[in-house]
Design a protein around this ligand. Structure first.
Ligand code: SF4
Ligand code: SF4
Length: 183
């Protein structure tokens, strides 16, 4: 039997029912933060009160926040010394992926010591939930999520597909909206 938790709407007091005092209170709160930060930044520019932190706005995309080293970002495929993918097309990542967004086509590897390699390797970022299971499941350390690339917006579903070339060379990736502006 499913238990349902009933949440009662809190009763408004007299001042809250008047509406405008609450609006005024909200404006006062926002103004307080604004002027506090304004004054602190003014003093910080003269080297004063630096111990008291003031709010900082990052001017994205010109400025980037320093990303934590463990953050899962866009995928990449790692390479062997000769530049070929380390992936052996074992399909572990494709199988474990809860979003079913990895599509691998395998083919025989020319090296008899390696059984298979991917003929194509696509990831649909429009479906990916960034769980990192693919990275954990890979027995070859062939896929990682450490590119620090966060800009993955696209105008179409097809634009969210990463092919093997983009996965192997993530620095060549041009955000789709930039590409569409140039074309
Ligand atoms: S991060 Fe998760 S959802 Fe995304 S491709 Fe890997 S396993 Fe699939
Ligand atoms: S788990 Fe690793 S080796 Fe296996 S197909 Fe995926 S990326 Fe390739």
């Amino acid at each position: 039997m499913i238990k349902t938790k009933i949440v009662h709407r809190p009763k408004l007091n007299f001042w809250q029912k008047l509406y405008f005092p609450e609006v005024f209170r909200g404006v006062l709160l926002t103004s307080r933060h604004f002027f506090k930060n304004l004054i602190l930044h003014f003093f910080h520019s003269f080297g004063l009160f630096r111990r008291i932190a003031a709010a900082v706005t990052i001017q994205y995309p010109e400025e980037f926040w320093k990303l934590p080293s463990r953050l899962r970002t866009r995928h990449r495929l790692t390479k062997r010394e000769d530049g070929s993918p380390r992936c052996v097309a074992c399909m572990m990542c494709e199988t474990v992926c809860p979003a079913r967004c990895i599509y691998i086509v395998a083919e025989e590897h020319p090296d008899p010591n390696i059984e298979k390699r991917p003929k194509s390797f696509d990831i649909d970022l429009g479906k990916c939930v960034y769980c990192g299971f693919c990275v954990e499941a890979c027995p070859e350390d062939a896929i990682r999520m450490d590119t620090k690339i966060l800009d993955i917006a696209a105008y179409s579903r097809q634009g969210m597909m990463l092919d093997m070339n983009e996965l192997l060379n993530p620095t060549t990736f041009i955000p789709r909206r930039e590409a569409s502006r140039k074309s």
